[in-house]
Design a binder for this molecule. Sequence first.
Ligand SMILES: NC(=O)c1ccc[n+]([C@@H]2O[C@H](COP(=O)([O-])OP(=O)(O)OC[C@H]3O[C@@H](n4cnc5c(N)ncnc54)[C@H](O)[C@@H]3O)[C@@H](O)[C@H]2O)c1
Length: 336
Amino acid sequence: MTEISDVPASFDVELSNVGRRALVTGAAGFIGSHVCRTLVRGGWMVTGIDGFTDSYDPVEKLMRAASLARLAGMTLAVGNLADMELDSYLDGVEVLFHLAGRAGVRASFSSEELYIRDNVIATERLLGAARKAGVRRIVYASSSSVYGDGEVPFREDALLSPISPYAKSKLEAERACLDSHGRDLETTALRYFTVFGPGQRPDMGLRLFAEAALTCGVITLLGDGTQRRDFTYVTDVVGATIAAADAPVAGMAVNVGGGCAFSITEVLDILARLTGNRLRIDRQPFARGDVKTTSADLGRARRLLGFSPVVPFEVGYEREVAWLRERLEQKVGVPV
Ligand SMILES: NC(=O)c1ccc[n+]([C@@H]2O[C@H](COP(=O)([O-])OP(=O)(O)OC[C@H]3O[C@@H](n4cnc5c(N)ncnc54)[C@H](O)[C@@H]3O)[C@@H](O)[C@H]2O)c1
């Protein structure tokens, strides 16, 4: 059986973590649920908050939450950060992992106000409440999309030019976080590069491709397949996120990438090998807001976070495909 959170052995319970309290926002999301599970396994006491927003089928989020709720050391609360009462959840929290957010580039062109609510307003409220509660550090889940079509590999000190409402909202929230640093609060922003693996969001390309390939459906390819992405396996992202709670990264942004960019054409070749199926491709125009290439300069992450991606793309995609295949075979419908 494919383990949804095949966590590195180094994250087994550490005595030094026992008694530490974390709040994870977006706990029922793809990455947030992996972070919660790993923190709890590492000995932390974790409270998770999620608003079960309609960004994709909330049942998928509910299934993740149900699985988390079974863990000793895990407490879950439901609410939208943009308007819920926050103080009681922050009491005694040392580190706040802020992963709640409305993700997805394409949808952001038609519902910009929801992106402002869930990414910007939610973050600003959380920052105010965290400062008041005496939280030591906030680790914010930012995005490689803030770079836009900048020069690759992307360096953290590059000029930022986001090209979608999603990317703009992530940058605004990132700036709010980093501007708060030093004012009774430490903050850091991790710029994640296309995260994948078991449990991946249903709107993301790798999952859509794999679902179509496994059901002998037609793969919709937006653009000519030459666009490149630096894919990052989810347990690598989780490792960097938890390391950022204590590493000397306060007050700065840090890239978290897989260290190697693949074109979509290369991805589809790998997928054909992994599934043994001949893929049928329906070519459509490039999507608005999609950048041509993402590629992370990992110098800062290596130096300050001790980060080095462990899971190569093909290995990670094989695990995601195996996870999806198992779900489809069992007709579970909703993967967790
Ligand atoms: N997945 C990626 O490739 C990727 C890349 C870069 C950045 N990020 C960022 O990482 C974070 C997690 O991404 P994910 O892929 O797990 O997405 P996800 O949609 O699976 O998880 C986000 C969760 O946050 C919750 N949420 C959203 N807005 C909320 C609000 N205002 N209040 C309470 N809950 C709210 C959602 O219900 C969802 O469960 C997001 O902030 C995203 O922008 C993700």
